[in-house]
Design a binder for this molecule. Structure first.
Ligand code: SF4
Length: 212
């Protein structure tokens, strides 16, 4: 069995409840939440959007907000000034260029202000079930440590993973890797000795064992 598929099978057993950590009800809300989640925890984003989406559930209502009002509402989240500016501009382009509909393809999504490949991939795979493989900091670190990816940028790792896995695995694998990165394969002091992947992990074989 190819290593990437083996990793998928093992992590699926280990984390049967792995799923998206952001709370949302529509593709539009997922797009906003994902833009807010850059360098912020899902928990901090959900805390802010819980009330925000009650008052402003859709594009129409969001368009009534000034950039300063958006800033005020999301100021508990990191990089809020930049995020407010991007969201303010993105809302207008969504309305003007896409008739208020969240695009269902990578190119159009990435043409929106503040929407990079990771955010576009999350929206495609999560909201529309269109194959895409989002690579965030956890996925980038964990795939390279295990040895199922070797490329040096998140976009290239995304391409690499899409070549190695059947399309139907993309969505869940992305969540499994994030969960593993948060709970076990943490950036600092990964819990290798109790890790379900240590028998097949490149980092464990080469680096961790040699240090002991
Ligand atoms: S063995 Fe260590 S480095 Fe490898 S996946 Fe597990 S926690 Fe991460």
């Amino acid at each position: 069995m190819a290593k990437a598929i083996k990793v998928y099978e093992i992590l699926k057993e280990e984390y049967p409840d792995a799923k998206c950590g952001l709370d949302y009800h529509t593709p539009f809300q997922l797009l906003i939440s994902t833009m807010l989640s850059a360098q912020a925890t899902d928990k901090s984003v959900n805390k802010v959007t819980e009330d925000l989406y009650k008052q402003y559930p859709d594009l129409e209502s969001f368009l009534t907000l000034t950039q300063e009002e958006i800033e005020e509402k999301i100021k508990k989240i990191g990089l809020y000034k930049n995020k407010s500016k991007n969201i303010y501009n993105m809302l207008r382009e969504l309305e003007e260029r896409f008739g208020g509909q969240v695009p269902k393809n990578m190119e159009d999504l990435m043409s929106l202000p503040g929407v990079g490949r990771k955010t576009a991939s999350v929206v495609l795979v999560e909201a529309f079930n269109i194959p895409a493989f989002p690579v965030d900091t956890h996925v980038f670190r964990v795939t390279r440590r295990i040895g199922i990816a070797s490329e040096n940028t998140p976009d290239k790792v995304s391409d690499e993973m899409m070549k190695k896995l059947p399309k139907k695995y993309y969505h869940l694998m992305h969540h499994l890797l994030i969960t593993h990165g948060r709970q076990t394969c943490t950036a600092q002091n990964p819990k290798c000795e109790k890790c379900c992947l240590k028998e097949i992990c490149k980092y464990y074989k080469i680096e961790f064992k040699n240090r002991k």
